[in-house]
Design a protein around this ligand. Structure first.
Ligand code: NAD
Length: 342
């Protein structure tokens, strides 16, 4: 892609702090020459308000046509209410790989963290065939949830992770499981990954770890890991944990990669406690935009963007409140733009 021809993409502002960090990201991309031609569409509670649907048909059609989207977080009601629009988007576009890198940008509890986590995005317990069992006169006396992992689905995410490792000079993949207890559900994943690993022998090393041991090792010695490869639920949890190693959810980008589209987002949610106050850290979504630039072959712009974030944090010492700074979202964004214009 050349910068003189803009790339069509869908832009979903989302809920809570979503519109604030999306606006910040669009302004920074403007300063980079704005490689994307945005089609703004709604989803989440904003989708319900605009179109009466948390995932309006117009939004789906836009992504289907452009195959590329940048998305703010979407609110999902806990318990009752509508089903997660994020999960529906993953299913709709077969977004099988969730890629979540975490690397140290500021001094913190842990130095020199440089990890990438791959989360299987379509299976496991997120298939959510859930129901209650009545006992006596209690209609909800017990609850059941079913997880599904397929051999092919497990191999697909494994192959994606191994190819990524080869292309990005990563040496070791650790597959995370609970095959001692969930012998079938996570055992099938472990076996499929081991099978795929044979194709990469001598190029990428594979080891495996039980999820509880992995959670502890990530705190005791995170440097022993290079790439983590996880089933859906474990990947969801451990990716927040690795975000915690590098300064929290304000620093964690994610890419949902599929057969039919790629959707880039922050790992964090709508942050209702700070929404509308102009306090959100936009770095997660900015880094997600960086992954989006890499994805469309604009590595130079992505590198410039990451360098501007790094310099703003460490040379200008401008940070938002979650990083113990005093800058508002707008002040931080202005500082990044000044860096880009230098
Ligand atoms: P959350 O990530 O929204 O917030 C957790 C904590 O982190 C809060 O204290 C929040 O203020 C802080 N935080 C998050 N992002 C921040 C940022 N950019 N800058 C500064 N502080 C930040 O998690 P939650 O409260 O569990 O979820 C709130 C809502 O978001 C729920 O409806 C949930 O379903 C939804 N959610 C959406 C996505 C998504 O769309 N990808 C992901 C996770 C949660």
């Amino acid at each position: 892609h050349q910068l003189d021809k803009k790339i069509p993409a869908t832009l979903i502002p989302g809920d809570g702090i979503g519109p604030e960090v999306v606006e910040a990201t669009v302004r920074v991309l403007d300063a980079l020459g704005q490689p994307f031609e945005w089609d703004v569409q709604q989803a989440g509670v904003a989708g319900v308000e605009a179109e009466g649907d948390p995932l309006p048909a117009k939004t789906l059609a836009s992504i289907r046509e452009r195959r590329l989207a940048l998305k703010g977080p979407l609110a999902t009601p806990i318990g009752g209410g509508f089903r997660s629009s994020n999960v529906r988007l993953r299913e709709e576009f077969e977004l099988f790989a969730n890629v979540r890198p975490a690397s140290t940008l500021i001094p913190g509890r842990f130095e020199d963290i440089d990890l990438v986590l791959f989360r299987e995005n379509l299976g496991g317990f997120y298939v959510s065939h859930e129901y209650y069992i009545p006992i006596g006169d209690d209609p909800k006396a017990a609850a059941v949830s079913t997880g599904v992992n397929t051999k092919e689905g497990s191999k697909r995410i494994a192959r994606y992770a191994f190819e990524y490792a080869v292309k990005n000079g990563r040496k070791k993949i650790t597959v995370v499981h609970k095959a001692n207890i969930l012998k079938a559900l996570t055992g099938i994943f472990l076996d499929a990954v081991r099978e795929v690993a044979k194709e990469y022998e001598g190029r990428v090393e594979l080891d495996d770890m039980i999820v509880d041991a992995c959670a502890m090792q990530l705190v005791m010695n995170p440097w022993r890991f290079d790439v983590l490869l996880c089933t859906n639920l474990f990947g969801d949890i451990l990716s927040d944990q690795i975000a915690g190693l590098v300064g929290g959810l304000g620093m964690a980008p994610g890419a949902n990669i599929g057969k039919d589209a790629a959707i880039f987002e922050a790992v964090h949610g709508t942050a209702p406690d700070i929404a509308g106050k102009g306090l959100a850290n936009p770095i997660s979504l900015l880094l997600a935009a960086g992954m989006m630039l890499d994805h469309v072959g604009l590595q130079d712009s992505a590198t410039k963007l990451r360098a501007a974030i790094y310099a703003t944090l460490n040379e200008d010492n401008i940070r938002t409140g979650d990083l113990k700074g005093t800058a508002t979202t707008r002040e931080f964004t202005d500082a990044i733009i000044r860096r880009l214009e230098k």
